[in-house]
Design a binder for this molecule. Structure first.
Ligand SMILES: Nc1ncnc2c1ncn2[C@@H]1O[C@H](COP(=O)(O)OP(=O)(O)OP(=O)(O)O)[C@@H](O)[C@H]1O
Ligand SMILES: [Mg+2]
Length: 369
């Protein structure tokens, strides 16, 4: 790492491991640099170790091995309240017997701030989340979204360099959640604070983050910006976890640089990008996004061309998902904007379809666990 890159790093996990029972590693060997000012999301299925990783950073759990650095300093022996980290959780745990303003003043008074400075900061934090007129209400007199905003303001009021959020929007309904996603994202852009965010909702992760780290069984599978993660998944787990994905299993027939040919059980051959494959003869999972498949005449220029039978239409307002039988699979999905759908297409039709080499990615064989 060069000097200038090192200066951009706020948090480093170095070889961090965690076990609760002395046997199972919940976090296996976490090496992660979090950049100053970025919005980084830890995304993964339930039990993959996201909260555990966040709790070690916050100081509520201790790593079994390895170390965590904040601004180049080891955190291993630093208690939570000395870490200068703000936190927001799903059950926002505002103090019910304190007003909104008192809740916000709390983290300042425990840090020994004077009354005048305190009042000023609370005022600023309240206006940041647009709750100026709610300062004298009690949490019980606020809606879920308003309470979550107070929790957010309370995590930011002492102007920490780092804010951790663990599923902060999990308890809100869909509409409010989407609204708060944008609000938090804009707040992050305005303040320039570093945010580490945990969710198991991929839409939320893609919407809000500069980078997303995909967790599975205590390991980071891939870390990248949302677009790269979706367009260039580096393994089958990530391809399946983010977005919709057609999986086709076959074997590696040949390889030529970054391209390869895959043979399917029935003998069809598919040209693909050799992203994560073994030796010739090894099993491979192909990943093809439903929106990359072209139908009928639109498939003529495609390097992979097959025929498929239309099995079902699923209408979703702005687009249609078409379930098709392709290459021996009966759950091959094609996604088309409604405006581009050929109205004469019907269930039972046998039509040509295809996709380009760069839209089929040859990845590791699927492991069902
Ligand atoms: N205090 C604890 N004692 C023992 N085991 C724990 C403890 N906390 C978590 N675990 C176990 O560690 C694993 C990872 O838990 P963790 O809470 O980090 O997952 P997560 O990715 O945050 O999941 P979720 O999306 O459900 O919140 C789980 O199998 C969980 O049961
Ligand atoms: Mg969790």
């Amino acid at each position: 790492m060069t000097g200038s890159q090192a200066n951009d790093v706020l948090v480093s996990f170095r070889g961090v491991q965690k076990t609760y029972d002395g046997e199972n590693l919940i976090v296996k060997d976490l090496n992660l640099d979090i950049r100053k000012g970025e919005f980084l999301t830890l995304l993964g299925p339930s039990g993959s170790g996201k909260t555990t990783s966040l709790m070690m950073l916050a100081g509520f759990e201790t790593p079994t091995a390895g170390e965590i650095l904040l601004g180049g300093r080891s955190l291993n022996r630093l208690p939570p309240h000395k870490r200068d980290i703000g936190m927001v959780f799903q059950n926002y745990a505002l103090f019910p017997h304190m007003t909104v303003a008192e809740n916000l003043a709390f983290p300042l008074s425990v840090r020994g701030m004077s009354r005048t400075d305190c009042t000023e900061r609370v005022k600023k934090a309240l206006s940041m989340v647009q709750l100026d007129s709610f300062r004298n209400r009690y949490p019980g007199q606020l809606s879920g979204g308003q309470q979550q905003r107070v929790a957010l303001a309370r995590a930011l009021v002492f102007e920490p360099q780092l804010v951790l959020m663990d599923e902060p929007l999990g308890a809100l309904d869909k509409q409010l959640r989407e609204h708060m996603q944008m609000e938090i994202k804009h707040l992050h852009q305005r303040l320039g604070v570093t945010v580490v965010y945990v969710t198991h909702d991929q839409g939320e992760a893609l919407t809000m983050s500069d980078r997303v780290a995909v967790f599975h069984q205590g390991e980071i599978q891939q870390i990248a910006d949302p677009r790269t993660l979706y367009e260039q998944p580096s393994n089958t787990f990530v391809a399946n976890f983010i977005g919709e994905n057609n999986r086709i299993c076959g074997r590696l027939a040949s390889r030529d640089g970054d391209r390869c040919t895959i043979t399917l059980p029935r003998g069809e051959q598919i040209e693909a990008l050799a992203v994560n494959v073994g030796q010739v003869g090894d099993p491979v999972t192909l990943s093809i996004r439903p929106e990359r498949v072209r139908l009928n005449g639109h498939s003529e220029a495609c390097s992979n061309r097959f025929s498929g039978r239309v099995a079902e239409f699923i209408y979703l307002g702005d687009h249609v998902r078409i379930r098709m039988e392709v290459c021996g699979k009966d759950d091959f999905y094609v996604k088309q904007p409604v405006a581009e759908l050929d109205p004469s297409l019907s269930v039972g039709d046998l039509i040509p379809l295809g996709w380009q080499v760069e839209h089929s990615r040859a990845l590791d064989p699927l492991q069902l666990d």
